[in-house]
Design a protein around this ligand. Structure first.
Ligand SMILES: *Cc1c(COP(=O)(O)O)cnc(C)c1O
Length: 386
């Protein structure tokens, strides 16, 4: 990544989140190449593109050839619609609340419906000449989250006229355990969804099918169906957690050092006095805390990369340093005793995320997953898109 284009704004002086759109597009292409012939690669851009900003992420993916976008809510769909030409489809993964069907159809958004009653309301609210606006239907194939009950689906198949007038264009289901290729539930869900696709196609021959999230793409071709729905992997999360990450890192988080100090005697660091710094240790207090997405659960377990130099013609150096004490709301502390005196003098910032310290690493340190690291990234620092 090259940060020389990043402006030094007032916001950036409070920390800088660098988002590498070239890496994003690279990741999209890696996923697309992985799909079987005839299967399209969509993109999940819910929650503001997992926190990275739809305004830049969505046009970059469209330019890379993506035409199927998935968001969570009506408001997200309305925000994404103006960013895309007509030929792109935007699907609302959590459907539409009663009374908002018309608004949804007017904005050209495709809701995911999960009950027969929702299909009926959709027809009532949006049908013209007996055909409703396009919608999607989701089956629960075993995750037991959002999706039609299999028994209700079997009954629905007995009402072909409802299915046809509802204008179901996309049929989907979601895998619960795709990141564990050995989990038995994957093939069970695949079997149920495949059978349902065969049954539905008898009534709606044109319907397209969608099953795989990021990790689902790596379960192999039977999981690919017509449209894949990767999210996390686009943004650098490893879709194959027990193997090397085939994705490139997309985010780099660089936080300014507010204070460098050497402690005189053994002393406790931060709220709750949970960790001790030894006499003579060097500490760096960094501007970035849990209000900025530095999760408090990684207190004392996180790592950062001290960024040294860079002002001169020499390349920057990075030394990995441990966090010490609890993360506060606006700051956290690193033990930089491993740096030489000269390195300390030229210390510029501490990076919490980069190519080596990934969202997956930070997630593990915080007892969560890379997804939550991404969606927690705060709004108090500057953002720079490469
Ligand atoms: C969030 C989501 C996805 C994307 O999953 P990733 O694991 O981020 O690739 C796909 N489908 C549905 C229904 C989702 O909710």
């Amino acid at each position: 990544m090259d940060e020389s284009d990043c402006q030094v704004t007032r916001e950036a002086s409070e920390g800088l989140l660098i988002i590498d759109c070239a890496a994003l597009v690279h990741n999209y292409r890696v996923l697309r190449r992985r799909l079987r012939a005839g299967s399209r690669c969509g993109a999940v851009v819910k929650a503001d593109a997992y926190g990275l900003g739809v305004a830049r992420v969505v046009p970059a993916l469209y330019a890379a050839g993506c035409r199927d976008f998935f968001v969570a809510t009506l408001a997200e769909g309305e925000a994404v619609r103006p960013l895309l030409p007509e030929d792109a489809r935007i699907v609302l993964l959590t459907g539409v609340r009663p009374g908002f069907e018309h608004a949804c159809a007017e904005s050209g958004l495709v809701p995911v419906l999960v009950t027969t009653a929702q299909l009926q309301s959709w027809v009532e609210a949006t049908a013209r000449d007996g055909v409703a606006a396009p919608c999607a239907l989701k089956l629960d194939s075993g995750m037991t989250r959002l999706g039609m009950e299999p028994a209700e689906f079997r009954q629905l198949l007995q009402q072909p006229s409802l299915l046809q007038s509802a204008n179901v264009q996309l049929f989907l289901s979601h895998l619960a355990c795709a990141d564990d290729p050995h989990h038995l539930q994957n093939s069970q869900q695949l079997q149920r969804f495949s059978d349902a696709c065969v049954a539905l196609r008898k009534v709606c021959p044109q319907v397209e099918t969608s099953f795989a999230n990021s990790s689902g793409i790596y379960l192999g071709e039977p999981y690919h169906f017509d449209v894949a729905r990767p999210g996390a992997a686009l943004y650098g999360v490893n879709p194959t957690p027990d193997q090397p990450n085939p994705m490139r890192a997309v985010v780099r988080l660089r936080l300014p050092v507010l204070q460098v100090r050497q402690v005189e005697r053994d002393c406790a660091v931060g709220y709750g006095a949970t960790q001790q710094a030894r006499a003579g240790s060097w500490l760096a207090v960094v501007r970035g805390g849990y209000a900025d997405g530095v999760l408090r659960t990684q207190s004392g377990r996180g790592r950062g990369a001290a960024v040294i130099g860079g002002a001169t013609s020499e390349p920057e150096q990075r030394v990995v340093v441990p966090m010490i004490g609890r993360v506060s709301m606006d700051s956290c502390v690193f033990d930089i005793s491993a740096l030489s005196e000269q390195q300390r003098g030229r210390l510029q910032a501490i990076e919490l995320l980069n190519d080596e310290l990934t969202v997956d690493h930070m997630g593990a340190a915080a007892g969560t997953i890379g997804y939550e690291i991404l969606t927690s990234l705060g709004h108090r620092y500057g953002r720079c898109y490469l």
